[in-house]
Each structure stands twice: as structure tokens, then as C-alpha cells.
Write a new protein. Sequence first.
Length: 177
Amino acid sequence: MEQRLLVRFVVGPEQMLVPDLAGKLPGRGMWVRAERAALERAAAKRLFSKAAKQPLVVPPGLADQVAALLVRRCLELLGLARGAGLLAAGFDQVRERFARRAPRALLAALDGAAESRGRLRRLWPDVPLVENFTSEELSLSLGRENVVHAALAPGGLAERFLVDVGRLSGIRPGTMP
């Protein structure tokens, strides 16, 4: 299975299980599918302790913790993209910015109107449409009010964002092709 579909965990201080979303913490990693059911099953059946060959403290609500960490990572990447000039927010700005070259990812707020998501989708039918975040979450990460639509330019930030959103999609409600 591809690592982009997995979440890595390591043993932290005091035998605490720690999610390692960046995959950079020291120690032997334990990989689990980025799906809520897989995380809950691994915690309930003590599979982390078996893999680590030692008793571990698994935090309660592990799947929710991982989802919250992934949301934060994704929103931070959007903020970085905005600061680097790689993101446009607002339907008209998205359409103008990417008139010549298609974006790498489209974003539509979960709580936005279905009709407006359809308008965005019709502009670039082959570009992934990410619908994992509320308007409030997008607005906070981009430093603007009422963000419903956004688009990311192609590049490394967009690729990292799509990997994290793919993992998030298995844990938190939302859709992404």
C-alpha cells in the first residue's frame, strides 16, 4: 500500500503513541491506513502495542486527534500557498488567475451551495475538487472573510496538500475524487 494512504505513528516519551504525519520523528514507525475504522480497530485491539512489542498508551479519541492534526496541516499549507502567491480565493479571482493554466486543486467549502461548487467544477472538470473544509476554516487559514472557493497552483505545496487531504478524507467526512 502506498505511504500516501497511510499514517505513521511512533513511540513517544512515557510509551505514548504519537502520530507522525510528516514522517520525520525518530524511531521505528508503525503505519496504519488513513481510515477512521482502521485507526479505531488498531487502538481497540491493541495492535500498536503488538507492533511496538511493548505496552503503549494510546490516547483516547485517536482518530479524532489524527483528523484534527491533518486539518491543521492542510490549512497551514493553504496559508503558505497564499503567502507564496500560489493560491487564489473567490470564484472570480480563481477564474481570472487560472484562465490560461489549470490549477492543481480546486477547493469548495463544505457548507457552500451545491450550485456554486458545480460552477467551479465545470471550469476544470479534470482537476481534483477538495470539499473537506468549512468556509470558516478556509477563511481563517487564508486571512479573508467568507471564503467559499479557492484554487491552488501546480507545485510542491499543492502536491503535499493533496496527499494530506487524501489521508484526511478517510478519517473525516468530506469528499475528494
